[in-house]
Design a protein around this ligand. Structure first.
Ligand code: ZN
Length: 60
C-alpha cells in the first residue's frame, strides 16, 4: 500500500496505485508518492506535505 498526494489539492490517500482522478478535486492530476514521508497520514506527518483544509484546487 502506498500513500499518494494530489498535486492539485494536496489530498492524501492510501492505494496500491494512483487513481485516474483525484477523489477530492475530481480532476486527472498528478499524484506524488509520499509513502516514505508519511508512515501514518494522521500522526507524525510532515507539516509541509499535510493537506491544508482551506486549500482550493488550483486551475492552471
Ligand atoms: Zn486533488
Amino acid at each position: 500500500m502506498n500513500t499518494w498526494k494530489c498535486e492539485q489539492c494536496g489530498y492524501q490517500f492510501k492505494s496500491e496505485a494512483p487513481p485516474e482522478k483525484c477523489p477530492a478535486c475530481h480532476v486527472a492530476c498528478s499524484f506524488l508518492d509520499v509513502t516514505v514521508y508519511t508512515p501514518d497520514i494522521h500522526e507524525g506527518a510532515d507539516n509541509r506535505i499535510k493537506p491544508k483544509p482551506d486549500s482550493a484546487p488550483i486551475h492552471k
